[in-house]
Write a protein that binds this ligand. Structure first.
Ligand code: COA
Length: 177
């Protein structure tokens, strides 16, 4: 019945560009223009502003925020709430990115495929593929794989869709038994 839950959530939140395999925990606030690839998981308590795109296999811990719009704050004598908003830059999350609980991703950031964002991080600049970042503001605290060769192999596998094939083979095996 997971497909029914997924379908109902897509209808409820008016999500037109979310892949049918994406699972979203409620309550979450998600902008209707969210784009996701296959097998993404958005844990409960997410707040996702506009112009955000996820690749395949993106995994969000609970309470992750994509802030969306900033406000204009440089108009002397005008309260921020009446100052308007600058043009919103897109936020792009690659394939197989894991974002830890309560992390905050600011608008305009690009997170490379295979990267990990630690719990409670505030991400205000781009994250390289397969990097692990954490802290406020987020800084690189490690690599997901030790060697460059492993990182390249992993990214190549993602780009070629190897994981997708392995997944469907597993399903076929399950049916065969
Ligand atoms: C990012 C994470 C996976 C790193 O785990 P790890 O590879 O085992 O890393 P370590 O615990 O060895 O820590 C490596 C360094 O990063 C630092 N670090 C780890 N988590 C951090 C965090 N959330 N914020 C800031 N720094 C962090 C550690 O202090 C350590 O620094 P040091 O080398 O100066 O001592 C893990 O810390 C994390 O945040 N996981 C997310 C958990 C979560 O949200 N789960 C929800 C379920 S989806």
């Amino acid at each position: 019945m997971k497909w029914l839950y997924r379908w109902l959530v897509r209808k409820l939140l008016r999500l037109r560009y979310v892949h049918a395999s994406t699972l979203i925990g409620l309550p979450s606030l998600v902008s209707p223009d969210l784009v996701t690839g296959r097998d993404c998981f958005i844990n409960v308590g997410a707040v996702i502003g506009p112009k955000v795109t996820f690749g395949d296999y993106v995994l969000l811990g609970p309470g992750v925020t994509f802030t969306g719009d900033d406000h204009v704050y440089q108009k002397v004598g005008v309260p921020i709430t009446f100052s308007g908003r600058p043009t919103l830059r897109p936020t792009i999350i690659g394939d197989d990115v894991w974002i830890g609980a309560k992390a905050i991703v600011l608008a305009g950031v690009a997170v490379g495929s295979g990267a990990i964002i630690a719990a409670n991080a505030v991400v205000n600049r781009d994250v390289p593929p397969c990097a692990i970042v954490g802290g406020v503001p987020a800084r690189q605290i490690g690599w997901r794989f030790d060697s460059e060769t492993e990182r390249e192999l992993h990214l190549l596998g993602l780009a070629r869709g190897d994981f997708e094939r392995a997944h469907s083979q597993r399903k076929e095996t399950a049916i065969a038994f």
